[in-house]
Structures are given as C-alpha cells and as structure tokens.
Write a protein that binds this ligand. Structure first.
Ligand SMILES: NC(=O)C1=CN([C@@H]2O[C@H](COP(=O)(O)OP(=O)(O)OC[C@H]3O[C@@H](n4cnc5c(N)ncnc54)[C@H](OP(=O)(O)O)[C@@H]3O)[C@@H](O)[C@H]2O)C=CC1
Ligand SMILES: O=C(O)[C@@H]1CCC=N1
Length: 252
C-alpha cells in the first residue's frame, strides 16, 4: 500500500484515483475541481487538501494539471527528494518536470485514458516504467518507450482515439440517415468495431494489415472501402495530423 497524491483533480485524475483506491492505496487529492474531489471523497473517502498538504502526505505524486497552468502551480510547491512523480501531462517535458519538481528525481511520464479504471488501457511509459507496472499491471499493460520523442509519438497516436470516434460517428450518422433509427445505427456501428477489436490478437507487427487483407479481398465491399479511403487521401490526412501533433509536442 502506498500513499498517493494527485495535483489536479479533473477528468483524468478521477478514474486513476478510483483504480488505485480499489487496489488499497491511500489517496489524497487537491480540491480543484471541487465537484470531482467532493465526489471522490464521498465515494472513496479520499483526503481532500491544498496542493502542498497533498504533496506532504504522498510518496507517489500524480501530476494531472492542464499543461498551460502546470508551471505556475508546481513552482510554488516543495517536493521531496524521495518522492516518485507520475506525470500524465502532454507537452510538459522531462526537463521541465525535473526543474519544476526538484529535488525529486524519480519520474515517469505516461498517457492514460479513463478506461484504465476498467483495465485494458496500454500505458506508454518514459522513465520509471517499473513504478507504473507495480501500480497498474496486470490490468493495464505498460509499454516502455526509450525516449521522449517516442513518448510524444505515442501521445499523437492516443489522439487518434477521438479522431477515429469522430469517423465512426460520421458512419453511424450516415447509417441513421438510411434507416431512420439513430440508436440502432450507433449501436451497430460501435458494437461492430468494438467486438472486432476486442477479439483481435494484438502485439504483433503486421496484424492490422493481415486482418484488413483477410476482409478486403478481390471484388469485396471491404476492398472498395479501403481503396476509396486511400483515393480520398484519408491516410495522408491521418499522417499529417499525427506529424503535426508530434511537432507541436516537440516545440511546446
Ligand atoms: N483527459 C484525458 O483523457 C487525458 C488527459 N491527459 C492530460 O492530463 C492533464 C489534465 O487533463 P484533464 O484531466 O482532462 O483536465 P481537467 O481540466 O479535467 O483537470 C485539470 C485539473 O486541474 C485543476 N486545477 C486548475 N488549477 C489548479 C490549481 N491552481 N491547483 C490545483 N488544481 C488546479 C482543475 O481544477 P478546475 O477545474 O477547478 O480549474 C482540474 O481539476 C492534461 O495535461 C492532459 O494532457 C492525459 C491523458 C488523457
Ligand atoms: O488530448 C490531450 O491533450 C490529452 C493527451 C492525451 C489524451 N488527452
């Protein structure tokens, strides 16, 4: 059991706190966002306190602030050299973290999504990946990355999730226009993709292309779809978006 604190108690901190509380860790969170911290207190009996008090009560500290306010909040706090720091913040570099959290020197940067609470979320990890594995495995597999550029590239791919949800929403809307049943259309579209991905083997290069090729054979509707998306430059748009996000993280 560890004493774990959260600086910034918003959208992503809440499911992480729930997961870790269920594992028996002692959790302290900062008050803002007041409604989220009050919910966590009512539900999990976490300690709610000001940022320095949370820090003082914690051995492991999750930094869950928006990147633009992180410097002004963190530079006012006194970290300890024995604290382990987990940052989930996009666009706050390892060098910035080291300067803002000194004398703490044990860091890991990662990219959770809220469904980690239920398990199955891969956690890209730059830094102390063993700490993340201790906290989140076996439910959530830790994917070690060896440098910050690689971590930033994982951030870009993580942003594909809302990008692809948007594409699926367009497909579901189109289906509803044909059928007149928006709920059934959304159910069909979502279940089709989630069911397919859920049963697909993961972890082997080329597997996605193999699954595509098994469906998109000569004369099929599937091949018509994959070719049309290439012809419409959908893949170029995706690559440009990934590159632009990567560039933004490099220069922020
Ligand atoms: N959302 C997601 O799915 C993911 C987010 N991230 C990263 O997590 C970080 C947080 O994102 P997210 O949770 O979505 O953002 P939120 O805005 O939901 O959370 C940020 C939290 O910080 C609080 N805060 C603001 N100012 C202070 C302060 N001075 N002292 C203490 N707390 C303060 C906010 O409170 P208030 O609302 O009162 O301002 C809020 O609770 C970002 O850096 C993002 O890159 C990473 C992976 C996924
Ligand atoms: O979109 C964002 O900025 C954050 C980082 C990864 C997921 N959400």
């Amino acid at each position: 059991m560890s004493r774990i604190g959260f600086i910034g108690t918003g959208h992503i901190a809440a499911p992480i706190a729930r997961f870790l509380a269920a594992k028996g860790h002692e959790i302290a969170v900062t008050e803002r966002n007041a409604s989220v911290s009050a919910e966590l207190k009512a539900e999990l009996d976490v300690v709610v306190a000001n940022p320095q008090a949370v820090l003082d009560a914690s051995d492991i500290v999750f930094l869950c602030l928006r990147p633009q306010i992180a410097p002004e909040v963190l530079e006012q706090l006194n970290f300890r050299s024995d604290q382990q720091i987990v940052s989930v913040m996009a666009a706050v570099s390892a060098d910035q973290l080291a300067a803002l959290c000194a004398p703490a020197s044990d860091f890991v940067q990662t990219i959770p999504l809220g469904f980690l609470q239920q398990g199955g979320c891969p956690l890209a990890a730059f830094g102390n990946d063993a700490l993340l594995a201790e906290l989140f495995e076996p439910e959530n597999p830790v994917v070690k990355v060896s440098n910050e550029a690689a971590l930033n590239a994982h951030f870009a791919v993580c942003a594909m999730v809302p990008g692809l949800l948007d594409v699926l929403a367009t497909g579901a809307e189109w289906l509803a226009e044909q059928t007149g049943d928006a709920d059934a259309s959304e159910f069909y579209t979502t279940q089709l993709l989630s069911g397919f991905l859920h049963t697909m083997q993961t972890g082997q290069a080329g597997r996605l292309a193999e699954e595509r090729d098994a469906l998109a054979t000569d004369g099929t509707l599937s091949l018509q779809m994959t070719q049309a998306l290439h012809a419409g430059n959908a893949h170029d748009a995706l690559r440009s978006a990934l590159q632009a996000i990567g560039n933004r993280l490099e220069t922020d």
